[in-house]
Design a protein around this ligand. Structure first.
Ligand code: GDG
Length: 725
């Protein structure tokens, strides 16, 4: 059975005009080459034209679906202006490329961006069937993964960013920085071209959202795991190879060689974009020409494909580039030639191959570039002629094409000198450096890239099942027990109440008090609030309630109706605390913002307010240190949410539950919790146990609810309603 893949990108791989035209490009090639027996690919995206008439829309939609496997998201002119030209290309594109001087922001663009992402989400939800894979592309759709995940958590969602991801210091400048990264985290897998971008993303997520991560995994507050990976995109190698074999290629290449006979040709191909370093390159060319003995011996060819012409910065760039080219040509032209042949337009694919193949030097000097396919394509076309690639070290491709002559594009004199060096390399030198690069470029092509990404997406952990579809079982079990004693153990933070950044802020809300009040009215229900908090917190919030209170993960108990707290475990050994306290205080001193909290049976080092990266690193260090130090002591060391906690090993919530349920015969024992410390409750060996995990982390619990809100709803429905029967 083929796997259904829904590919979601801003643009469909076709453009609707008078006729429907297929577009080419890396993505189309990558997915086109996947093989129909393996994958059934559908596309969702904007069709490239505004169609207002509903009849024409319906007709176009039908043709696109039937003949091209494409599902259009129709947008109005206003929407594309706000979403694409505005927010995508004038706000996030410069941000992601470190070009804050070009970054603009308009709240109306943001509204359009959100709305258009929402429109895409509607379409995906409408089209997707259970088991489909969803692959979302690029910076125009950064909110889409979270929108989809919130609506349909069982969908497998991949997100690939084709641009760089900048450092936190840059990313933090955007007014919607948090929303954008949170949007990406809705995906099950997020892919980047290089490890550098992945590293920046992790550090940004940590600093903006406070979420610590492993190198390839981030777990959100709700337990959802986003895997991350490095997937350098490749070119459509087969298409290049085939064209290089064709007679029309040979003819065009020979024509080009003949027209520039006696000259060395230096080629640059790119979209007209300020990230591509065109003006800096013109500086380098001026330096080169100023020092050149024979200006007729060299020709620079620029293919500058018109791009984003609605955006002001692009219009300005074009004007400036054209003026500079004019000036250089005026200054350095001879009677027989002028140095730069500038094409503001695109060339057909055969001509592109012929240009690549005949150019002595490929001069690819973006100031920054996610990958840069032109560099790889130039190498692919060096099958017979051994040209030299000069490549910016700031292109993602530089990591793979390390045999190229790597340059800093901002250093125009050095680029000019590298050009001199390139032109004086021997054939053997050129061959030797190109061979390994060409093998790599041809092997790790676009299809390989897509296949690897999809395999990783399939391999991401299965989405955890939710109890909501099995809740009837619990309700039925409770119904059967109606009238008989039921024990209910409820963890507080993250289970009954949402987690807050500041623990003191997580006070019970009026709705929670109302719910607890209702629970306390239910006959035969023994409720215990069981928490890692200190007894004083529990007393402050729940002293008026007819519940048992268990504090410090099961260390002490205040029975319903009593005022005194009692130890739940006899003979707790606590003499390890002195040594441990000292270590924690040393850590507190060396980690600004951290502090030590002392509970009766445990010690906790909190690092929520530290520099997040430094704090996380120190926490790992502390866990290792304490593990070694306390190896022979009855102490459990736990790395929790922004805390490292050492607790007397005899104490656990599970032990507390066991003790309380021994005292009476219960028809049902219901335990609910959200974190690692609650797992011991789920192991209680009682045949009538109902264990409920709140959140998405792996758990031994039999049932699962998404978040505290869902848990409260469950309590209302399951306990209150069954009790009134
Ligand atoms: C983004 C990221 C990342 C160009 N001129 C002609 C022409 N082209 C084709 C090239 C190449 C493509 O356009 C340009 O791709 P790049 O990768 O160089 O750059 P972006 O357009 O900025 O792409 C980039 C990429 O996404 C993929 O993830 O590498 O970093 O910015 O394929 O061949 N094709 C034809 N005539 C032209 O005149 N036929």
């Amino acid at each position: 059975m083929p796997i259904n893949l829904i590919n979601v990108s801003n643009r469909l791989p076709v453009t609707v005009g008078e006729k429907i035209r297929k577009s080419s490009g890396g993505l189309v090639a990558a997915l086109g080459g996947l093989g129909a027996e393996e994958y059934q690919v559908k596309w969702i995206g904007w069709p490239g034209a505004t169609i207002v008439d509903p009849v024409r829309r319906a007709e176009t939609e039908e043709v696109l679906r039937r003949e091209h496997g494409c599902i259009p998201v129709f947008l109005s002119d206003e929407e594309t202006a706000g979403h694409y030209e505005g927010f995508s290309n004038s706000s996030i594109w410069p941000l992601l490329h470190y070009m804050l001087n070009y970054m603009r922001y308009d709240p109306a663009w943001w509204d359009h961006y959100r709305k258009v992402n929402q429109r895409f989400a509607d379409k995906v939800v409408e089209v997707a069937q259970p088991g489909d894979l969803i692959w979302v592309h690029d910076y125009q759709l950064m909110l889409l993964p979270a929108m989809l995940h919130d609506r349909t958590p069982e969908l497998k969602i991949g997100f690939f960013l084709h641009t760089p991801f900048p450092s936190f210091e840059t990313f933090r400048c955007h007014p919607k920085r948090r929303e954008l990264v949170a949007g990406m985290l809705g995906a099950d897998l997020v892919g980047f071209h290089t490890f550098g971008y992945l590293r920046h993303f992790r550090s940004t997520v940590l600093r903006l959202l406070g979420l610590e991560s492993e190198i390839t995994r981030i777990r959100g507050e709700d337990g959802h795991v986003t895997a991350m990976g490095v997937f350098p995109i490749g070119i459509d190698a087969r298409k290049f190879e085939e064209r290089l074999d064709s007679p029309e290629f040979t003819r065009r290449r020979d024509e080009l060689c003949a027209s520039d006979a006696g000259r060395r040709v230096v080629l640059s191909v790119e979209r007209m974009d300020y990230t591509k370093g065109i003006l800096h390159r013109l500086d380098a060319i001026e330096h080169f020409l100023a020092g050149a003995d024979d200006r007729d011996a060299i020709k620079f060819i620029f293919v500058s494909v018109p791009s984003r012409e609605e955006v002001e910065e692009y219009q300005d760039l074009r004007a400036e580039v054209e003026a500079r080219v004019g000036r250089i040509n005026g200054e350095y032209a001879t009677l027989s030639s002028s140095p730069i042949r500038f094409i503001h337009g695109s060339v057909n694919f055969t001509d592109l191959c012929a240009l690549y193949a005949s150019a002595d030097v490929g001069l690819v000097t973006p100031l920054i570039d996610g990958m840069n396919l032109v560099a790889k394509e130039y190498i692919a076309c060096q099958r017979e002629h051994d040209g030299v690639l000069i490549l910016s070290e700031f292109a993602g491709a530089a990591e793979e094409l390390s045999n190229a002559l790597l340059v800093n594009p901002y250093d125009s004199r050095a680029v000019a000198q590298t050009l001199v060096d390139a032109l004086s390399m021997t054939k053997e030198e050129r061959r030797a450096s190109n061979q390994a690069m060409r093998e790599r470029v041809m092997r790790y092509d676009a299809q390989h890239w897509a296949r690897v990404f999809i395999q990783h997406l399939i391999a991401t952990a299965e989405a955890a099942p939710f109890a909501s579809d099995r809740i009837e079982n619990v309700v039925a079990q409770l119904r059967q027990a109606a009238g008989k004693p039921i024990a209910v153990f409820i963890d507080y933070d993250g289970t009954l109440r949402e987690i807050e950044r500041e623990p003191d802020a997580a006070k019970p809300t009026a709705a929670i008090y109302a719910l607890l009040q209702q629970l306390s009215d239910v006959q035969n229900l023994d409720v215990t609030i069981i928490s890692g908090r200190k007894s004083s917190d529990l007393e402050r919030w729940f002293s008026g309630m007819p519940f048992n209170l268990v504090a410090e993960h099961g260390a002490s108990l205040r029975r319903r109706g009593q005022r005194e707290w009692a130890d739940m475990v006899r003979n707790i050994t606590l003499n390890w605390k002195d040594e441990l306290r000292e270590v924690l205080h040393l850590h507190e001193q060396s980690t600004p913002g951290s502090f030590v909290e002392e509970k009766r049976t445990s010690l906790v080092w909190h690092y929520r307010k530290t520099d997040p990266e430094f704090g996380a690193w120190k926490a790992h260090q502390l866990v290792d240190e304490l593990g070694a130090l306390m190896a022979n002591e009855p102490v459990t060391i736990r790395h929790g949410r922004k805390i490292v906690e050492a607790t007397a090993a005899q104490i656990s919530k599970g032990a507390a539950v066991r003790r309380l349920i021994e005292e009476k015969t219960y028809a049902v024992v219901l335990c609910a919790g959200d974190d690692q410390t609650d797992e011991s409750m789920f192991e209680a060996e009682t045949p009538n146990l109902i264990s409920i995990k709140v959140g998405r982390e792996p758990s031994r619990a039999k049932y699962r609810l998404r978040d505290p809100a869902e848990f409260r709803k469950f309590l209302t429905e399951a306990l209150l309603e069954t009790s009134t029967m």
